[in-house]
Design a protein around this ligand. Sequence first.
Ligand SMILES: NC(=O)c1ccc[n+]([C@@H]2O[C@H](COP(=O)([O-])OP(=O)(O)OC[C@H]3O[C@@H](n4cnc5c(N)ncnc54)[C@H](OP(=O)(O)O)[C@@H]3O)[C@@H](O)[C@H]2O)c1
Length: 238
Amino acid sequence: MTRMDRPVMIASGVRSPIGQSLLAQVGSNWEILALGREPVSGEGVAWMRADFRQPPETWRQGLSDWIGRRGKPVHALVHIAGTVYSAPFESTTADELQSTWGVNLAAALHLGQAVSPYFAHGGRVVLVGSVDARYASRDGSAAAYGAAKAGLEGLARHWAAEWGDRQVCVNVVAPGALDGGMGPADDVTAEHLRERIALGRLGRPSEAAAAIAFLLSPGAAYITGTTIAVDGGLNLTY
Ligand SMILES: NC(=O)c1ccc[n+]([C@@H]2O[C@H](COP(=O)([O-])OP(=O)(O)OC[C@H]3O[C@@H](n4cnc5c(N)ncnc54)[C@H](OP(=O)(O)O)[C@@H]3O)[C@@H](O)[C@H]2O)c1
């Protein structure tokens, strides 16, 4: 397939370990516009600067213009970008709250609004959430992050309902503790976590990326409005 024939994917967080693994797994099937603060390169990958802590006006029009210039529908929107501040809620600053919600949640809303007019019939949306939407970690409070990730799950259900008539499927992939990216900061924390994971190990970014790749595949055409946890069986015992 030449680059011109590939379906278009708009993606954030492509530089993260999950994003890089997704590129390695399915990148050659897509024409990708990667949004982020730092350049991303790769065959079939274009990059556009977007800092989701900044007002959406700084990047949204550029995104709409890029899609318009391509003259092709968008087949996938994948929001991987995220940021976390581990701090007791009382000491989380207003800036940290704004940044957490801006990058994890508000950016998804703005991406969805920008892409919606261009969605292909049967398009896919995958939002990367977290088990923190449901559980508070004993190894570091992150209420604002958990609330933002829970917001993505609500957003996915609403979008799935609103865009169902266009056969657009919208889902969340919620990783547990991964070995990479913003995963456990030290060995002691990692060991505590392993004790609470049925499979007894941290996840690999490639395993979260594999779930995203599946949700983008033809086989996932009847899955929408739900969350797939990729957590190795976290907190199954009490
Ligand atoms: N690793 C884990 O254990 C784990 C567990 C659960 C969920 N997750 C989720 O997985 C996703 C990827 O995280 P990761 O662990 O791989 O972390 P990471 O390596 O820190 O990657 C974070 C990504 O978010 C992007 N990002 C951060 N701030 C941004 C901003 N202001 N504007 C635009 N993009 C921004 C970064 O892009 P640029 O550098 O290009 O700006 C980067 O690609 C996140 O949504 C995270 O919440 C990770």
